[in-house]
Design a protein around this ligand. Structure first.
Ligand SMILES: [Zn+2]
Length: 280
């Protein structure tokens, strides 16, 4: 059974298995009949073995390298997913805040009769709400693009909205700082002039005057009340230290009230007699 120790090598010519007996210097291929030197074959096989081992080591190294790259990639993807998620939640948070603000502005605008401004706010409300809801469940890259797009549009709408607020008289509080033009008051000859730097007339018709006069020192208010009395507002008076109310002989009714707002505000409310306005 010496054959068991025999190396089994391949025939370089036909690929058949060679049964080598190391005691013999040559071997003849039983398939194709080629003749080989045994010592040369054994040397070659050693060389092949070493090459195979080297190749295996190299393959193992490559596999390790691949695994390392794959792991790095997985970590990177995970990080990307995480930043995307946090970006998404930030957009969601901003959206819900803006949605609530838009709704409030929408209601405020419509109640003031500012339809255009209200419409902008309404569109913004819808967009921000949609973006918020989309942020709750979002899957494909396509919807993600739409999500960011809608959010951007909603934000950009803030510009025309702000412009329409700025230009709409319904929102202008700066009117409060207008100087009251006494000669433009329809019932101006029915009340004494109250000197002031600013004020706001909210009703200016033949039947009613309603205005707030700002920056009035308390002493000037008392003088004003005295002037009103001199003008004939003395019938059925109702007076305390911060308010005065009285009728005039011809039926006009005057209400005056003092508050500390805006460095001293005098609210003046004057009603013309109803019969007079209808007859004349
Ligand atoms: Zn052969």
């Amino acid at each position: 059974m010496a054959g068991n120790e025999n190396a089994r090598l391949m025939c370089g010519n036909c690929g058949g298995i060679l049964d080598i007996d190391p005691k013999k210097p040559t071997v003849v291929c039983s398939f194709c009949g080629s003749c080989f030197s045994v010592s040369a074959l054994l040397d070659e096989s050693e060389t092949l073995k070493i090459a195979r081992i080297r190749r295996d080591i190299e393959l193992g190294r490559q596999n390790l390298e691949m695994a390392r790259i794959r792991q790095a990639e997985a970590i990177r993807n995970d990080n990307i997913r995480r930043t995307e998620a946090s970006k998404k939640s930030l957009i969601s948070k901003i959206s819900i805040v803006f949605a609530v603000l838009s709704l409030l502005m929408c209601v405020s605008a419509f109640t003031r009769g500012a339809l255009l401004t209200g419409s902008f706010a309404a569109i913004q409300f819808v967009l921000f709400t949609v973006v918020f809801l989309m942020g709750k469940r979002m899957a494909s890259a396509k919807t993600k693009k739409l999500y960011v797009f809608l959010f951007t549009v909603a934000l950009i709408l803030e510009i025309p909205f702000s412009l329409s607020v700025a230009t709409n008289e319904a929102f202008q509080t700066s009117k409060n700082n207008d100087v009251i033009a006494w000669d433009e008051i329809v019932l101006g000859d029915r009340i004494p002039e109250l000197d002031s730097e600013s004020g706001y007339i909210s009703k200016n018709t033949r039947s009613e005057l309603m205005m707030n006069v700002y920056c009035v020192p308390l002493k000037r208010y008392y003088d004003f009340v005295e002037d009103c009395k001199e003008m004939g507002y003395t019938i059925e008076p109702d007076e305390d230290d911060k308010s005065y109310r009285a009728d005039a002989k011809d039926g006009y009714i005057l209400y005056v009230r003092y508050s500390v707002l805006h460095d001293g505000t005098v609210d003046v409310n004057l009603f013309a007699p109803k019969t007079e306005t209808t007859s004349s």
